[in-house]
Design a protein around this ligand. Structure first.
Ligand code: SF4
Ligand code: SF4
Length: 276
């Protein structure tokens, strides 16, 4: 149950699910492996997962991040990942697992919703452009999907068939997929190091982490600083900023693009009359 980033989808274990391909699967409380998959996981959390989980648990973003996550920077990556911290028991159980099942089921993370389908980000570089400029080139990412149940998962022996899209709809994951695809597009920009030597722990890195994962802190920054004077925010988005974490996350992703990569979008521009 983890996000994978790959150079070539054909290299990975699991079955690549092209559009239109189906797989057999059914999970239910009576199955012999019930809840066995909620242990010892590298469970990557996406920004929208945190919005849903902190609300479900009645926590602030700071409390959730402090209590339930580990922040890791994988070798060769320029933006940290956020993993759900497993319990400190011998099975490394998910902290939300109970005898009756998942206690945050309605707001379970995207990875859990899609399981045993895993999402990867397929990075492609514009090689001709890279050669012409002698640099790594611009990288684009698209999500790819694999059917990859662990051997102990008995659900794969059932007969109900799904496409990736019908499974996504059944698991109420369509909006999650959309948010995750937007996040993937942003992460593709981090193929190149934007930190100018300071690394992701520097001041810019900490601001970018807040804009991605901490909507309480980012909302405070946006609403109680000169941010809204210095930037032009799309009016429909601006109207929602006081009450909607998803609107803040959309703004946060647009701001990371602008702040680190100097890329304006329809959502966010520099107010030229004031400047940064
Ligand atoms: S291992 Fe597979 S079938 Fe068993 S509970 Fe987990 S997802 Fe369901
Ligand atoms: S969040 Fe819920 S579904 Fe996901 S691993 Fe934990 S208990 Fe299982």
């Amino acid at each position: 149950m983890k996000r994978v980033e790959i150079d070539d989808p054909g290299k990975l274990a699991g079955r690549l699910l092209e559009d239109g391909e189906s797989f057999a699967f059914r999970c239910h409380p009576g199955i012999s492996c019930f809840n066995k998959c909620c242990r010892n996981l590298n469970l990557f959390l996406y920004p929208y997962d945190i919005i849903r989980l902190k609300k479900n648990l009645g926590m602030t973003a700071d409390q959730f991040i402090e209590t339930h996550t580990d922040i890791v920077l994988r070798p060769g990556h320029h933006f940290p990942d956020v993993l759900l911290r497993m319990a400190d028991d011998h099975e490394k159980t998910c902290p939300f697992l109970t005898d009756a099942g998942c206690r945050v089921y309605a707001d379970r993370p995207y990875t859990c919703r899609m399981f045993p389908v895993e999402q990867g980000l397929y990075f492609q570089e514009e090689k001709s452009r890279a050669l012409a400029h002698g640099s790594k080139g611009k990288s684009t990412a698209r999500p790819v999907y694999f059917f990859r149940p662990p051997d102990f998962c008995m659900g794969q022996k059932e007969t109900v068939r799904w496409s990736r899209r019908s499974w996504e709809a059944d698991q109420d994951a369509t909006f999650y997929s959309r948010m995750t695809a937007q996040w993937a597009e942003l992460m593709a920009l981090f193929g190149n190091d934007p930190w100018a030597g300071a690394g992701p722990d520097g001041p810019k890195g900490r601001m970018a982490m807040m804009a991605a994962y901490n909507m309480d802190g980012f909302g405070d920054f946006v609403l109680n600083s000169s941010f809204l004077k210095r930037h032009t925010v799309k009016p429909q988005l601006r109207l929602k900023l006081k009450s909607d974490d998803v609107a803040l996350l959309r703004l946060g992703m647009a701001w990371i693009r602008l702040f680190l990569f100097n890329m304006e979008t329809d959502l966010l521009r520099v107010n030229k009359k004031v400047g940064l």
